[in-house]
Design a protein around this ligand. Sequence first.
Ligand code: 5AD
Ligand code: SF4
Length: 420
Amino acid sequence: MLNNVNYDIDITKEPPADDTARQYYFIEKAKAYVQRESEELGRPLTFCVTTFGCQMNARDSEKLCGILEKIGYVEAAEDEADFIIFNTCTVRENANMRVYGRLGQLKPRKKKNPHMMIGLCGCMMQEPEVVEKLKTSYRYVDIIFGTHNIFKFAELIVTRFESQRMVIDIWKDTDKIVEDLPVERKYSFKSGVNIMFGCNNFCSYCIVPYVRGRERSREPKEIIREIECLAADGVVEIMLLGQNVNSYHYEYPDGRVLGFAGLLKLVAESAPEMRVRFTTSHPKDMSDETIQVIAETPNVCRHIHLPVQSGSNKVLKAMNRKYTREWYLDRIAAIRKAMPDCGISTDMFTGFHDESEEDFEETLSLMREVVFDSAFMFKYSERPGTFASKNLPDNVSEEVKIDRLNRMIALQNELSAESS
Ligand code: 5AD
Ligand code: SF4
C-alpha cells in the first residue's frame, strides 16, 4: 500500500482541521467499529469495490480500496463481501441501467446479512434524479457520495456506523485536491496517476463536465512525488490521467506556466526507467509541442488515444467539439510524420442529433483514411442536463443507430485485420 502516512492521531479528541489528517483520524475511528464487528462475527469483515466506466474511475476505486484496507476490511468476491461498493459511470445510459440491476440483486442478501453495507459513488451519484430515485426506491443503500469527495470515504463510513441511517454526501463541485490518502493498486507493475480532474469543454452530448466539475490541475511536485513513490514500489509503467490531459495547466507562484507538453517531459525525465502513457487527449489541443515531446522522449509510449467522435463537420459542430475533420486529419498527419510507428486509437459514436446517412459515411471514410489501431464505438444516448438534451433532439431512430454502429464495428474489424 502506498501513502501509509502515520499521523499522531487521538480519536478521543476532536478531528483535526487539515483534510488529510482528518481522514486518517476517521480511518482510526472506523477501524475501531470494524474491529468490534469482526470480533462479534469471529471473522474479518470483507469488501468488494466494483468499478464501472473509465480509467479515472478505476483509479478512484484504488483509493477506496486503500482506505478500506487501512480500516481493516479484507477484500473478497462480490458474492461474499459484507461491504459492497459500486463506483458508477453515467457517460452513457446503459451504464446506469446496469447499476440498478445489480443493486436490485443485493436486496435479499442484505436482508439475510445484518452486517452488510452497500455504498454507491462515482459519476452517476452526481445526478440529482439518481439520488432521488435511490432515496425513494432503494432505501437499503447505506452510503451515497459523489466524485468530488471520495477522499471523505472513511468519514462517511464512521457517520454510517454512528447514525444507522442512509448517509448521503454529494458536492456540486470542488476546488480541493486532497493528497496522501492510502491507495491500493490493482496491478503491482503499473498505475494510473491523476494529473488533472474535471472538464471545461462542454461537448454538447457529454455529461462529464456536470458530474466531474471544472478543470483542476494537480501541482507538478505532487505528481512527481507520487511517481517517485510508485517507482520505489516497483511500478514500471504509469498512465497520466485526466478527462482532457492536453488542458493541463499549472501556474507556479512566480507566474511561469506549465502545460501538458512540459509536464510530460518533466515526468518522463524525472522517472527515466518508467514507461509513461497518458489519456485522454482532445484533438483541438493536440499541439505540435506535445507531439514533439512524445517523439523525442524515449520512455514516453508511442500511443495516442485521440477521440474523433464523428467524421462529419456538421455533426462535429453540433457536438461542440471545436475542431473540423480537416483539423483532425492534420493532427493525425503531424503525429505520423513525427512518429510513423505511433499507435492511434479513438472513440466514436453514431446517431447524434440530425446525423444523416451522408454524415455517417463521412465517419466511415475518415476511418478508412486514418486506419485506427483500435476504436471504442458507441451509439448516442441522450444524457440529462446536457446542452443536447435541451436543444438538440435525439432524432435518429434506435434502429438506424444500431445499424450504423454495426457497420462501423464491421469496418473497424476489417481495417484492424488488414493492418495487423
Ligand atoms: N452517448 C454516446 N456516447 C458518448 N460518449 C460520451 N458521451 C456520450 C453519449 N451521450 C462517448 C464518447 C467519449 C466516450 C468516453 O464515450 O465517444 O469519448
Ligand atoms: Fe466529455 Fe468532451 Fe469533456 Fe471528453 S472533452 S469529457 S467528451 S465534454
